[in-house]
Design a protein around this ligand. Structure first.
Ligand SMILES: [Zn+2]
Length: 619
C-alpha cells in the first residue's frame, strides 16, 4: 500500500460521520440512525439518514448516498484531495502530496502556532503585572482559572509582541498581520501590536487550538471595552463559541448547554461549577452556534442566560428563534414541563429551550460573585421552558387588581404565544390555567387566538417520516443484484461470507458498479473480518469512486428489511429467488439478442435457437 493510501486510512479512521455531517445538518437520533433535512434537495420533513456505525448516509428523497468524504465533496463542492487535506488538518495528520504539504494547511498551521505562542507570551506577561493580577483577583478569578482559560495581559508598548514573534521566533510579519495579531502602521512603515494594555482572553476552538483573542480594556485606556480578533483562516466568529473547549464534556454529560453573553460570565460560571456554560464571541448568536451545540447535547437542550435588559430580551427571542429554526424539522419544541401538571404525554421533542433569569436581573458573572455558584445553579434548575417564560412575562402583574382593559391587552399578547402550542391537551391545560388566573372566560381567549391565527400565522409542524427501506432503482435486475449483495452486510456470523461467496459464485451480475463491488467483497471477505471492517475496506477501496460508494450505501441501507429473513430462516430461499429472477433477466437478454440476430442471419438464428433450447433444458 502506498504511503498516501495509508494516510487516507489514518484519516478515515478518525472520521465520525455524525460529527462531520452535524456541522451542516441538524441531526436527531431515531432508532439506529440519525435523521435530518437533506442538504442536497429541498424538503420539509427529514428523509436524510446517517448511520454512525457503518459510516454512511443516504437520502430517501433524492437518493444521495455515500460516506463522509462523499458528503463533504458534495456539500463543499471540493475534490477528493481537497477534502482529504482539510480533514488531515482537522485531525492533525500530516498529509503530503508529492512530498509537499498544501500551502493552505501550511498557513493555517503557522497561524495556530503564532496564536499559541502569543497566548503564552501574554500569559507570562500577566504574571509580572501586579495591577492586572489584582484586577482579576477583584473579579474573584482564581489563579488556576487564569491558567485554565489562558488569561493574559498585553504590554502597553507598541511592538513587544511583534519583536517577540518576528525577531525571536522568526515569523513573517505578513502572516502575523493575516492572523490579526499585528497591524500595519498608518504610514505603511512597520507594524504595531493589535492588543495593547489589555486583559487578554484567548479564544479556543472546540479542539483546543487558540484561534483568536478578546482584549478587555484596562484602567483608563481609550478605545472600546472589548477588542476582538478579526476573522481569519482559522477563526470564524459565527462558528466559534467561547468556553466550548472546556465545556463540551459537561454539555455531553448534562445533556444541556447554557449560553451566556460575555467572556467573564462563562469564566465565572465554569469556575463555580457551571461547567456547561458558553458564550458567543463578541457577536450575536448564529444558526451555526446552535448547530455546534447540537453536536454535544443529544436531546438539543439549550438554556439561554442573557441579561434582563431590553437587549437581553431581544437576544432571548432571537436565540429561541434560531434554536427552533435549527431543530424544527426534527419535531416539536418541548412545550410542556412535568412540573406543570401530571399529564401523560410522551417526552419526545426535537429540542428544549429554557430561559435562565436571576431574580435580581443581574448577569451571571455579577450574580455568582454576589450569591455563589449554588444559587445560580438553582436558577438554572428552576429555569422555565421558553413558552412558560413568555407567558410569565406577559402575566407578571398583580392579577387581583387587574382592570378589564388590562385583561384585554394581556389576552391579545398571549395569543401569539399560545398559538405555538401544537399539542391539544397541553393547549387546553394552558388555556384553563390562564383563564382561571385572569378570571377570564375561556372563549374570549380562544377568540383572541383565532383572530391571531387568521392574521396569517401558521405554526410549523413536522415529524420524522416513517420511511421504509426502498431501494431507489428503476430497473428490477439492479434490485435483484443489490438484494443479493446486501446479505453480506447483515451479520457475518449468521450469514457467513464464505457460504455466501459459494452461493453467488456462479451468478452473473450485470451492472458494472455492482460487478466491481462483488469482486471487491469476494477479495476482502476471504479473511475473517466483521461486517463493519468489510464496509471500511470497501469504502477505502472505492474512496475515489462516488458512484460506487453511492451504490454501496444504498445496498447497506437496504439491509434492515432483510433482517427478518434470518429469524424466519428464509435466507436461502431469498437467495434462490433473486438468482432465479436474475437468470430470467439473462434469458430475456438472450431472447432479445436472438430476435435481432434472426432478422439479419438465418444460420446464426438457428445456432442461437439451439443455444436457447439448451439453456432452457439446463434450468
Ligand atoms: Zn436529498
Amino acid at each position: 500500500m502506498s504511503s498516501n493510501n495509508s494516510t487516507i486510512e489514518l484519516i478515515k479512521d478518525r472520521i465520525d460521520i455524525v460529527d462531520i455531517i452535524s456541522e451542516y445538518v441538524a441531526l436527531k437520533k431515531n432508532g439506529n440512525n440519525y435523521w435530518g433535512l437533506c442538504p442536497f434537495h429541498n424538503e420539509k420533513t427529514p428523509s436524510f439518514s446517517v448511520n454512525r456505525d457503518k459510516g454512511i448516509f443516504k437520502c430517501f428523497g433524492c437518493g444521495a448516498a455515500g460516506d463522509a468524504i462523499t458528503f463533504l465533496m458534495k456539500i463543499n463542492n471540493q475534490s477528493f484531495l481537497e477534502v482529504m487535506q482539510e480533514l488531515a488538518f482537522k485531525f492533525g495528520i500530516e498529509f503530503k502530496l508529492d512530498g509537499k504539504s498544501s500551502s493552505i494547511n501550511e498557513t493555517k498551521k503557522q497561524m495556530l502556532e503564532a496564536n499559541k505562542l502569543t497566548a503564552k507570551f501574554y500569559m507570562d506577561y500577566l504574571q509580572k503585572q501586579d495591577k492586572a493580577l489584582k484586577y482579576l483577583e477583584g473579579r474573584q478569578i482564581k489563579p488556576e482559572t487564569i491558567e485554565e482559560f489562558w488569561l493574559g495581559f498585553s504590554p502597553k508598548g507598541y511592538d513587544d509582541l511583534y519583536n517577540y514573534l518576528v525577531k525571536d521566533k522568526g515569523f513573517k510579519a505578513e502572516l502575523l498581520e493575516q492572523a490579526g495579531l499585528i497591524s500595519q502602521k498608518s504610514d505603511g512603515k512597520g507594524y504595531i501590536d493589535k492588543f495593547r494594555n489589555r486583559i487578554i482572553i484567548p479564544i479556543l476552538d472546540d479542539k483546543g487550538n487558540v484561534v483568536a483573542f478578546g482584549g478587555r480594556i484596562f484602567e483608563d485606556e481609550n478605545g472600546p471595552k472589548y477588542l476582538n480578533s478579526k476573522e481569519t483562516q482559522v477563526y470564524n466568529k459565527s462558528k466559534t463559541l467561547y468556553g466550548l473547549y472546556q465545556a463540551k464534556e459537561a454539555i455531553k454529560e448534562k445533556d444541556y448547554a447554557v449560553i451566556m453573553e460575555g467572556y467573564f460570565d462563562v469564566i465565572t460560571a465554569q469556575d463555580n461549577g457551571i461547567k456547561n456554560a458558553v458564550a458567543s464571541c463578541g457577536t450575536s448568536l448564529t444558526l451555526q452556534h446552535v448547530r455546534l451545540l447540537g453536536k454535544y447535547t443529544e436531546n438539543k437542550r439549550i438554556y439561554l442566560a442573557f441579561d434582563a435588559d431590553l437587549a437581553g430580551q431581544n437576544a432571548i427571542n432571537r436565540g429561541a428563534e434560531l434554536v427552533k429554526e435549527e431543530f424544527a424539522a426534527l419535531g416539536d419544541v418541548k412545550q410542556f414541563d412535568t412540573s406543570f401538571a401530571n399529564l401523560n404525554i410522551k417526552d419526545d421533542y426535537a429540542c428544549e429551550i429554557r430561559v435562565v433569569s436571576t431574580f435580581s436581573g443581574k448577569d451571571p458573572d455579577e450574580f455568582i460573585k454576589e450569591n455563589g455558584g449554588e444559587a445560580y445553579l438553582s436558577c438554572i434548575e428552576k429555569a422555565p421552558l421558553l413558552l412558560d417564560y413568555q407567558i410569565q412575562r406577559v402575566m407578571s402583574i398583580d392579577t387581583k387588581k387587574i382592570t378589564p382593559q388590562e385583561k384585554a391587552k394581556i389576552a391579545k399578547e398571549l395569543a401569539p404565544i399560545l398559538a405555538q402550542i401544537n399539542n391539544r391537551i397541553i393547549f387546553e391545560e394552558y388555556i384553563g390555567k390562564i383563564a382561571l388566573e385572569l378570571k377570564l372566560d375561556k372563549n374570549s381567549l380562544y377568540q383572541e387566538i383565532n383572530t391571531f391565527k387568521r392574521s396569517g400565522f401558521q405554526p410549523k409542524k413536522s415529524e420524522i417520516k416513517k420511511l421504509t427501506n426502498v431501494t431507489i432503482s428503476s430497473k428490477k435486475e439492479i434490485m435483484y443484484q443489490k438484494n443479493l449483495l446486501s446479505l453480506y452486510f447483515i451479520n457475518e456470523d449468521k450469514i457467513p461470507f464464505a457460504w455466501l461467496n459459494e452461493k453467488l459464485k456462479e451468478t452473473k451480475f450485470y451492472d458494472s458498479n455492482l460487478i466491481a463491488i462483488k469482486q471487491a467483497i469476494e477479495e476482502f471477505s476471504s479473511n475473517e473480518i466483521t461486517v463493519n471492517d468489510l464496509i471500511d475496506k470497501l469504502m477505502l477501496h472505492f474512496s475515489q469512486n462516488d458512484d460506487v460508494k453511492k451504490d454501496l450505501a444504498d445496498i447497506i441501507y437496504s439491509i434492515e428489511d432483510k433482517i427478518p429473513l434470518i429469524d424466519s430462516g428464509l435466507v436461502e430461499e431469498f437467495i434462490n429467488e433473486n438468482i432465479k429472477k436474475l437468470k430470467r433477466h439473462e434469458f430475456s437478454l438472450i431472447e432479445k439478442d436472438l430476435i435481432t440476430k434472426q432478422e439479419s442471419d438465418e444460420n446464426l438464428a438457428k445456432e442461437y435457437q439451439q443455444k436457447l433450447k439448451e439453456y432452457l433444458e439446463a434450468r
